[in-house]
Design a protein around this ligand. Structure first.
Ligand SMILES: [Fe+2]
Length: 280
């Protein structure tokens, strides 16, 4: 037994891992942390002191850290780890953000849904936080699927959807025609089979999902967005400095609430490689 103390946030979604030493993890810890991520979808590790190298080393507990999707010529970060770690921050130098996703609210989404092999997980570590706002909200997409009426579940069998993301557009649904050359696009089943647990999970989101692949049905898509928005299997993480949070991008989606633009917010982000997603 690893002896890790895992304290659920919702009964079956989200958990805090208390007093874990992330720089001294044995094989039992690695197994139990992966099992906890599979079960709870989101793990919060408070009070961690992690360098960039420590964060990458911890990320390897969950798989292979992925090169960032943002092209090198559009990255402002200068660190030697900039190909693996990005800053999510509103800090600017000479008027230009020094990291990614600087300002404001961000709608519910799955990281990486716009690539062919969506990331397994994202790790975010808080360096500076605002006095209010900026929370990350998580939703359990397995529970959203389970709670759909059976006739809606039946209607989704065999459906795929198109996802797109433009880094300059984080609080509005994309248009079907890419608004700029920076947008990336991918297609995935609307109900996926989780690659590790085989559980079904709804895989559409209001920020990135443009339409069903076969024929647009905005009423059904809007119904699914409402089901995500209103599901009870959700919580907001209020960030404290030195929090490390990891979430499963196959079983959950997340959003960011607005925060005061004049206050400094800075988090360090890295991602874990994923795989193509099969239909449930
Ligand atoms: Fe995200």
């Amino acid at each position: 037994m690893s002896g890790l103390v895992i304290d659920p946030i919702c009964p079956e979604f989200g958990a805090r891992v208390i007093d874990a030493d992330l720089q001294d993890l044995n094989a039992d810890c690695v197994r139990d942390l992966n099992a906890a991520l599979d079960r709870y979808g989101v793990l919060v590790f408070p009070n961690q002191k992690l360098s960039e190298a420590d964060q990458i080393s911890f990320a390897k507990v969950f798989g292979t850290p992925s090169e960032r999707s943002r092209p090198a010529d559009r990255r402002a970060e200068q660190s030697e780890y900039a190909h693996l770690i990005g800053l999510v921050t509103n800090v600017r130098e000479n008027g230009e953000p020094i990291g990614s996703l600087p300002d404001g609210e961000m709608w519910l989404h799955h990281d990486g849904c716009f690539i062919d092999e969506p990331y397994r997980a994202t790790l975010l570590y808080a360096l500076h936080v605002t006095s209010t706002g900026g929370e990350t909200r998580f939703v359990d997409m397995r529970q959203v699927y389970r709670d759909l009426p059976i006739e809606i579940q039946s209607e989704l069998i065999g459906k795929t959807a198109v996802h797109q993301f433009d880094y300059r557009n984080i609080n509005a649904r994309p248009q079907s025609i890419p608004s700029s050359g920076s947008a990336r696009e991918a297609e995935h089943p609307v109900v996926i089979k989780h690659p590790r647990t085989s559980e079904p999970a709804l895989y559409v989101n209001p920020l990135c999902t443009i339409q069903f692949s076969d024929a647009p049905n905005d009423d059904l898509l809007d119904h699914l967005f409402s089901a995500i928005e209103e599901n009870a299997a959700t919580f907001h993480h209020r960030w404290s400095v030195d929090d490390l949070v990891i979430w499963d991008n196959w079983s959950s989606c997340h959003a960011r609430s607005d925060f005061p633009a004049a206050e400094k917010r800075m988090l360090r982000r890295c991602i874990i490689k994923g795989c193509a997603l099969d239909a449930h």
